[in-house]
Design a protein around this ligand. Structure first.
Ligand code: NCD
Length: 304
């Protein structure tokens, strides 16, 4: 099994490596509670050129629970890249001299790959434009495994903005490693990229594209809902045409299997009605915690 160095795309990981990360995340459950000093000699730099709550804070929480230290910026308007026009390459060449690992989020597709090319230290992609968000996919897989006891054999619906949503791109490609049936439920204009659908089909997955939530809810074991990525639409009229069309409320939950789970990378806007938060299927806040142990596993595997 190849050692993990950078984590840029979920496609860089074999099924074996994904399983190792999920197993390590499971072992991290007790470490997360008790804390350790395994990475006490390591520094993690977080470079967030785009808004974040969970991804950045869970990476920081993960590093602190392993005894490591954290530095960086969460607001690009306080960095030279944001204010003085410093290039990404120069930012990376600087930060690599301060830290042992870089976690980067950037609005451009391909940005994390570029950062890794310039960096002398490992780089983790915490979201690159509309393209990918591999650590979110890993915590999503970990959540499914933990909550359903398995991944193989499940019926999984990916719903909402499958075009601009980077989390579903990474998750779709990650699921190509498993024996699952997939429903892709999105408005016509926000369908999943054909390249990802092809990849899932080539891997032998049964993939169905539907354009209503009803079909996505019925029979599903996992309903993975996403936010319409308003900020990535080139034309706001394109957004208003689909706004509020794909959502789940308590009537929808009544149509779901009792033991199904609803996941969402968060933040939500209106696609998960607050009235469903107390439903037994609503697991998105439990999913948030899984981001800590999964990111502890990733940091440990790369740094130790
Ligand atoms: C997602 C993201 O940034 O891509 N959030 C996250 O990392 N949990 C999803 C989103 O913004 O809708």
């Amino acid at each position: 099994m190849g050692r993990i160095y950078n984590l840029i795309s979920i496609q860089d990981l074999s099924r074996e490596t994904i399983d190792l990360i999920l197993d390590t995340a499971h072992k991290m459950e007790s470490v997360a509670a008790e804390r350790s000093n395994e990475l006490s000699n390591k520094i993690m730099a977080v470079l967030f050129f785009e808004a974040s709550t969970r991804t950045r804070l869970s990476f920081e929480s993960a590093m602190l629970r392993l005894g490591g230290s954290v530095l960086g910026f969460a607001d690009v308007t306080t960095s030279s890249a944001g204010v003085k026009g410093e290039t990404l390459a120069d930012t990376i060449r600087t930060v690599e001299r301060y830290a042992d690992i870089i976690v980067i989020r950037h609005p451009l597709d391909g940005s994390a790959r570029v950062a890794a090319e310039f960096s002398a230290i490992p780089v983790i992609n915490a979201g690159s434009g509309a393209e990918e968000h591999p650590t979110q996919a890993l915590l999503d897989l970990y959540s499914i495994k933990k909550m359903k006891g398995k991944i193989d054999g499940l019926f999984i619906s990916l719903c909402g903005d499958l075009r601009y949503g980077r989390t579903v791109h990474s998750l779709g490609m990650a699921l190509a490693n498993y024996d699952v049936s997939i429903n892709l439920a999105a408005p016509e204009s926000l369908r999943m990229k054909p390249a990802i659908v092809d990849e899932m089909r080539k891997a032998g997955l049964k993939v169905r594209e539907v354009n209503s939530m009803d079909e996505a809810l019925k029979d599903a074991d996992v309903v993975y809902m996403t936010r319409i990525q308003k900020e990535r639409f080139p034309d706001v009229r394109e957004y208003t045409a689909v706004q509020g069309k794909f959502r789940i409320d308590s009537d929808d939950v009544a149509k779901m299997k009792r033991d199904a789970i609803i996941l969402h990378p968060l933040p939500r806007v209106d696609e998960l009605d607050a009235s469903i938060d107390t439903a037994p299927q609503a697991k998105y806040f439990d999913q948030v915690y899984n981001g800590v142990v999964t990111r502890m596993a990733i940091l440990k595997l790369i740094l130790s």
